[in-house]
Write a protein that binds this ligand. Structure first.
Ligand SMILES: Nc1ncnc2c1ncn2[C@@H]1O[C@H](COP(=O)(O)OP(=O)(O)OP(=O)(O)O)[C@@H](O)[C@H]1O
Ligand SMILES: [Mg+2]
Length: 274
C-alpha cells in the first residue's frame, strides 16, 4: 500500500473517528474542556453543535478516553430510537438488566442505580451523538431524564451532540423548557486555511511521516478550497491523492494530483447510481 511508499507507519487519512489523530483548534479545545467540565461539575445538560464531518464524534471518543475514574458514560449513537429503546440501550451500557421491562420499570431501575452511584461518589453521563435526529418528543423525554435529581445535584449528566439542525430544533417553541436547562452550548466549525495546513501535517506526523512536505503548499490551498475546511472531506481527498501519488510514483503531491483526486471523487456519485 501507499504507506510504505511514503514511509508511513499507518494510513494518515482514514475516515474513522480515531481520537489519536485529533487535531484541536481553539474551538475544539474549548468544546472538549467544557464538555468534560459539564460532566465533572454535574451541570445537567450540555450541548455541542457542529457541521457535518467537523470532528464531533472524534471529540467524543477522546472525551470518553479522558474521563476520570469516577465517571462512567453510556454512549448512544443511534438516535433514531424510541424513549424505551433509549432507556434499554442506556441500561445495557451501564450493566443493568433491561430485558422484558417496561419503560416505567427501566426508568425506576435507572433512578435507583444513579442514586447508588451518587452515594458512592460516582458520576454517570449519558452521551447522545447524532442528536439532530432526536424527535421533539424524545428530546422532551430527555429533559425528564435530566430532571432526576436530589435537592443538591443532578443524578444524570447529559451531553447532546449533533449537527446544526439540533440547534434549529432546540430553538423551537415546544422545546423551550429543555433549552432553559442547557447549561453550556458550544460550536465547532470547519477549519480555516491555516488550520487545514496544520491539520494535514498533524495527521501525517501521527502516521509516522518524516517529511512535512508530502503535500506542496499549492496542493494544500487547493484541498482547502475544495473541502472548505471540513475534515472528513480533507481526509477523503488526501487519501485519494496519496493513492494517485503512489500509483504514479510521485512522492510529493502537487496541485494537479489534487485536481485529479477531485475529479475521481466527483465521478463517484454517478457510479454509485448504477
Ligand atoms: N479535529 C479533528 N482532528 C482530527 N481528525 C478529525 C477532526 N475533525 C474531524 N476529523 C476526522 O474527520 C472524519 C469525520 O470526523 P467525525 O466523524 O468525528 O465528524 P462528525 O462531526 O462526528 O461528523 P457527522 O456530523 O457526520 O457525525 C474522521 O476521520 C475524523 O477523524
Ligand atoms: Mg459524528
Amino acid at each position: 500500500m501507499y504507506t510504505d511508499f511514503f514511509s508511513l507507519s499507518e494510513k494518515p487519512f482514514s475516515v474513522a473517528p480515531d481520537p489519536r489523530f485529533l487535531y484541536l483548534t481553539p474551538a475544539h479545545r474549548e468544546a472538549l474542556a467544557s464538555l468534560i467540565y459539564g460532566i465533572r461539575e454535574k451541570m445537567g445538560i450540555v450541548c455541542l453543535i457542529g457541521e457535518v464531518g467537523t470532528g464531533k464524534t472524534t471529540l467524543l471518543y477522546k472525551l470518553m478516553g479522558d474521563l476520570d475514574e469516577n465517571i462512567r458514560a453510556a454512549y448512544i449513537f443511534n438516535s433514531k430510537v424510541t424513549f424505551k429503546e433509549l432507556l434499554m440501550a442506556t441500561s445495557s451500557q451501564l450493566g443493568l438488566r433491561w430485558e422484558r421491562k417496561s419503560a416505567f420499570l427501566l426508568l425506576e431501575e435507572l433512578r435507583r442505580f444513579l442514586t447508588r452511584q451518587m452515594l458512592d461518589g460516582k458520576i454517570i453521563a449519558l452521551i447522545i451523538d447524532e442528536a439532530q435526529n432526536l424527535t421533539p418528543s424524545l428530546l422532551e423525554h430527555i429533559r425528564l431524564l435530566s430532571n432526576m435529581e436530589t435537592p443538591r445535584q443532578k443524578l444524570l449528566q447529559i451531553l447532546l451532540v449533533g449537527q446544526p439542525e439540533l440547534g434549529q430544533k432546540l430553538r423551537g417553541n415546544k422545546l423551550r423548557q429543555l433549552r432553559q436547562r442547557i447549561t453550556s452550548l458550544r460550536f465547532i466549525s470547519p477549519l480555516e486555511e491555516e488550520d487545514t495546513r496544520s491539520y494535514i501535517l498533524h495527521r501525517l506526523k501521527i502516521a509516522g511521516a518524516n517529511s512535512p512536505n508530502i503535500f506542496s503548499p499549492e496542493a494544500i490551498s487547493r484541498i482547502f478550497q475544495y473541502s472548505r475546511g471540513v475534515p472528513r472531506l480533507i481526509n477523503t481527498l488526501c487519501d485519494n491523492a496519496m493513492l494517485i501519488g503512489y500509483g504514479t510514483g510521485k512522492k510529493t503531491i502537487e496541485e494537479v494530483v489534487i485536481d485529479e483526486a477531485i475529479a475521481d471523487l466527483e465521478i463517484r456519485p454517478i457510479m454509485d447510481e448504477d
